[in-house]
Every structure is written in C-alpha cells, then in structure tokens.
Design a protein around this ligand. Structure first.
Ligand SMILES: [Zn+2]
Length: 109
C-alpha cells in the first residue's frame, strides 16, 4: 500500500484517499511547436523502474494537486511537495540522493 502526505493540509493517508495524475514536470508543447515535440508531450512518458516524479490530487480531502517523488519498485516515498514548482525542491533531491546514490537526474521542464 502506498502511503502519501498531502503537503497542503498535512494529511497522511493511503493512496485511495488520492488520485494519481501521471508524470510530473512535463515540458509542455502546444500550437507552433514541431510535430515531434508535440507528439512527445502528448504520448511519451518515462515510466521508470525506480525513482519517479508524479502528480497526485487529494480528492477526498483538500482537493489540491501536488507532486510526489517515489520509487516505483519499492513504493518508498521520498517526499511530497507543491505542484507550483518546475522541478523538485532541494530537500527532495537530497532525500533521493541519500537513498539512491547512483541515480542520475534528468532534465526538468
Ligand atoms: Zn490535502
């Protein structure tokens, strides 16, 4: 069972309290972008086995969207944070680096 913390109202609950919204930190492309960039934005996702950044919504609580950094293989949660940022905050990066020293960072939008 995945246990998440809502960074807005402070509730810690099982994943059934929340709703997943897919990958976080996508770089958006719209009208005027190349077909290749737009296709990548619409269809291509990381889907890693390991560290992943996701969007979640607290549907049975405050209703707000937030981001979660977690390991998809072990369900270990490194932390949750505001959805109003374009990349993970430093404390989340430090938590991941401490627990997964060999993990490589990708480019964020
Ligand atoms: Zn909440």
């Amino acid at each position: 069972m995945l246990i998440l913390d809502c960074p807005y109202c402070g509730v810690t609950a099982e994943e059934t309290e929340f709703h997943g919204g897919g990958e976080a930190h996508l770089k958006r492309f719209g009208p005027g972008s190349s077909d290749e960039d737009f296709e990548g934005y619409l269809f291509h996702r990381e889907n890693p086995r390991g560290v992943h950044f996701e969007r979640w919504r607290h549907v049975n609580g405050c209703g707000k969207w937030f981001h979660v950094a977690r390991d998809t293989a072990t369900l270990e949660v490194f932390g949750s944070y505001s959805a109003q940022v374009t990349e993970p905050p430093q404390e989340i990066r430090d938590a991941i680096t401490a627990k997964r020293p060999g993990w490589r960072w990708r480019e964020f939008a």
